[in-house]
Design a protein around this ligand. Structure first.
Ligand code: CO
Ligand code: CO
Ligand code: CO
Length: 316
């Protein structure tokens, strides 16, 4: 696609960032994003919540404040009970209320497969935009949610996941990245992205490409759901994990000590994953304190930004 030339376009789609950012005045920029997908859990109300938390997350990852939302709906109205759609929309709306974001409309089409998501519009100061390109050598990398939702969602679809596992993972996916975003804005950080379809290592690759620095990931520190190991060992790995591995492996070097299941988990596409925050070393402790104060207890340092090797990620 030809690139759009517009001096007010602060973040476009060419750098795989979380959302588009468009400057309106010197003090105000718009953030725009859209995301929708097929159900990943059976409960329509929870699915609606997950879809909304996932869509809002791109605004939070930019350090912005979501303002308005529009529903995007595909639904087989002739064959499925309208109550299912109502429950999905109710779930989405409840998350928007929690996010203090106003639903202003939406669009639905008849389709033989349910799909739901939202387009979110947010605001930010043009100089406070946190892109995925602005990490600095010496930064620590902090991840705010455990990994493994893609693998576990595959197990859920295969009827392999226990009810308590589904509940636990759903609770994580419906959790807004709002508080984590507020914490990082208060502390002041270098860069941020949310971990979604590219998985941890895919999103980290996007942060180093063309930037002249590398990263080290401490494999033993990365939080993940223990069930993800169990299901990965059984081969319940989504196709997206293999696609991520195929594409992003050129930037990754695994130590021989990193077990295979962890490689799967690190490439696993996440739904409504956590924020990956690149924070100056001297501010890492205060960010972790802020995050814990907001009940984000899984947040930990999982790696660092290094000068060498350039544009490679060492997983050790
Ligand atoms: Co994103
Ligand atoms: Co997105
Ligand atoms: Co970002």
């Amino acid at each position: 696609m030809p690139l759009v030339q517009d001096p007010n376009l602060i973040v476009g789609f060419e750098k795989s960032d979380d959302a588009g950012v468009y400057k309106i005045t010197d003090e105000l920029a718009l953030i725009q994003t859209v995301d929708f997908f097929t159900p990943i859990v059976d409960d329509p109300y929870i699915f609606g919540q997950i879809a909304a938390a996932n869509a809002l997350s791109d605004v939070y990852a930019m350090g912005g404040k979501p303002l308005t939302a529009m529903n995007v709906v595909c639904f087989p109205i002739k064959t499925l009970d309208i109550g299912v759609l109502k429950a999905i929309l109710r779930g989405g709306l409840d998350k928007l209320i929690e996010a203090e974001t106003t639903l202003v409309g939406g669009h639905s089409v008849e389709n033989n497969e349910i799909k739901y998501g939202l387009s979110i519009t947010g605001i930010i100061h043009p100089e406070k935009v946190l892109t995925n390109m602005s990490a600095r050598i010496g930064d620590y990398l902090i991840l705010t949610k455990p990994l493994g939702t893609g693998i576990i969602n595959t197990a859920i679809k295969g009827g392999m996941a226990r009810e308590e596992t589904i509940t636990k993972v759903s609770n994580t996916m419906v959790t807004l990245n709002k508080d984590a975003s507020i914490a990082m804005q208060e502390v002041g950080v270098s860069a941020c992205t949310d971990i979604t379809g590219f998985g941890l290592l895919g999103h980290l690759s996007e942060m180093i490409r063309g930037n002249g620095f590398g990263m080290i990931v401490y494999a033993g520190k990365v939080p993940y759901f223990p069930e993800a190991k169990e299901f990965a060992d059984m081969g319940m790995v989504p196709g997206g994990t293999y696609r991520n591995k195929d594409f992003f492996s050129q930037w990754i070097r695994f130590d021989s000590t990193v077990p295979h299941y962890l490689q799967d988990i690190f490439f696993d596409p996440q739904t409504s994953g956590g924020l990956l925050i690149s924070v100056p070393r001297g501010k890492a402790d205060s960010l972790l304190t802020q995050l814990r104060g907001k009940n984000i207890h899984e947040a930990v340092i999982i790696g660092e930004v290094v000068a060498e090797p350039k544009e490679k990620i060492i997983v050790t």
